[in-house]
Ligand binder design. Structure first.
Ligand code: ATP
Ligand code: MG
Length: 445
């Protein structure tokens, strides 16, 4: 138990209260997973909690006073303390109509979503496990506390939380819980975009996302309907052994667990169902997907504007989707060009390599060497950076003003000449020096 949590419990007890560690902390500690925060539940009202911790010299932040949650901070280490509560009835599927304090920890655990999240732990009093959460942890099962249909109708976000825990923990969904998720998914329309996005991001970054995506696709389709066409799209090409959905699920799994690479992988082939056409060639039927990255990009943009994706992802993910299939030969010149087209941003080039590698690994076994090609491109890019070689017009020894000084009027022609100068430098036709570049530009103007 982290020292902050131990001290917090003794402060609560010194105020004649009771405290228990709850939630993800207990679950993750029992699973031996990394602990990122500790939640504490107490019978004391939050106002009492606040004064007790202020007296003990901690900082306090009223993060959720309306539902009895307060954050207490010691030496920059935060801890959430929530007063025991039961959530009453829910008429909107989002917020309890009334948050009423509960008398005991057992009552508080009853309102929690899944059995594995309804465990309480105290260093002296041990574990409380009223719903078989430990058995479910051991068996790897996500199961609702109580009747799943009721629990999802109270708060539909729990449907996505179940998918998210499946992806993070690699657990399977209890049958009755899954059936209720399917029967209740339409209630997700009541949930705010922000809450949906938060859970989807955790879902997509999970360690077991391939399995979870295959299991939960019909549930997720309520918020990402683009998945439906992927599921029904075979890929009759020599490069593929999976349909579009399963290929995508593997590609996502093979990228590093960061939002940019994971989302780009989820979207990278989304346009294939719309691009697909069959052709008989040498008596054999083959499928083509010409232009699919462009459609995939359109669909990605649509999704990212429908849901509140952060602005930087809205900017960067569609670019990766659009260029993911572009061929970059494994030489310094091609890498410098590609880097320039990505705005001269090495982190974008790295993400593209991640995506290319994952895409190759998710295809037919004979495509696997292309994963090594992606690593080779990454290595070449690092060489380019280390050697300080120019890859964007910003690094040229002349700029737009120099071009205009040659008599070229302000306008797109200036940019075209700068691009041609960069090509000249990359191809070794002209050194990156002001005089030589001016002469080169004059010959183009
Ligand atoms: P993590 O912090 O690793 O994302 P967590 O299980 O701690 O996972 P939180 O969102 O921090 O998730 O919530 C803490 C606890 O509060 C949960 O373990 C669960 O017991 C309860 N809880 C959270 N959200 C809900 C909900 N929508 N319905 C019911 N109980 C919930
Ligand atoms: Mg938590």
């Amino acid at each position: 138990l982290p020292a902050v949590a131990r001290e917090a419990l003794s402060i609560l007890e010194g105020t004649d209260g009771e405290g228990w560690c709850v939630g993800g902390f207990v679950r993750d500690a029992l699973l031996g997973r990394e602990i990122h925060d500790v939640d504490v539940a107490t019978n004391l009202p939050w106002t009492v909690v606040r004064s007790a911790f202020q007296e003990a010299g901690w900082k306090t932040v009223e993060t959720g006073a309306a539902h009895g949650t307060i954050t207490v901070i010691r030496d920059g280490e935060p801890l959430e303390i929530t007063t025991y509560r039961c959530d009453g009835t829910y008429s909107d599927g989002r917020h309890p109509d009334l948050v009423t304090p509960a008398a005991t920890i057992e009552e508080d655990l009853l309102r929690r979503d899944f059995t594995v999240n309804a465990l309480a732990y105290h260093p002296e009093r041990g574990l409380i496990d009223p719903f078989g959460g430990i058995a479910d942890l051991e068996a790897g099962i996500i199961r609702c506390v109580g009747d799943p249909l009721t629990r999802f109708s109270e708060d539909a976000l729990r449907i996505l939380r179940a998918c998210r825990f499946a992806s993070q923990l690699g657990f399977s969904l209890d049958g009755a819980t899954f059936d209720a998720m399917m029967a209740s998914k339409h209630l997700l329309r009541k949930v705010s975009g922000e809450r949906v996005y938060r859970e989807l991001e955790r879902f997509i970054c999970g360690d077991y996302v391939r399995d979870a995506l295959m299991t939960c696709v019909d549930v997720l389709a309520f918020v990402l309907p683009e998945l439906v066409a992927m599921k029904d799209c075979p890929q009759v090409t020599k490069y593929h052994i999976y349909d579009v959905l399963e290929h995508t699920a593997w590609a996502v799994q093979h990228t590093p667990p960061t939002p940019i690479t994971r989302w780009a992988a989820l979207f990278h082939d989304m346009g294939k169902p719309a691009a697909a056409f069959f052709e008989v060639r040498d008596g054999e039927e083959v499928e083509h997907f010409y232009g699919h990255p462009w459609i995939s990009e359109q669909l990605a943009c649509g999704i990212m504007h429908r849901l509140p994706f952060p602005a930087w992802l809205r900017r960067d993910v569609p670019v990766l989707v659009r260029v993911h299939d572009d061929v970059i030969p494994a030489n310094g010149r091609a890498v410098r060009r590609a880097l320039g087209r990505l705005g001269g941003r090495p982190e974008m080039f790295e993400a593209l390599c991640d995506l290319k590698r994952a895409d190759a690994l998710a295809q037919a076994p004979f495509c696997a060497p292309r994963a090594e090609l992606a690593e080779e491109l990454r290595r070449l890019m690092r060489e380019v950076l280390a050697a300080d070689e120019a890859f964007s017009v910003k690094q040229l020894a002349l700029d737009g003003r120099d071009i205009m000084a040659l008599g070229v009027p302000a306008g797109p022609e200036v940019g075209r000449i700068l691009d041609a100068c960069l090509d000249g430098v990359i191809d070794g036709e002209v050194p990156n020096e002001p005089e030589a570049l001016r002469a080169f530009a004059r010959s183009l103007a």
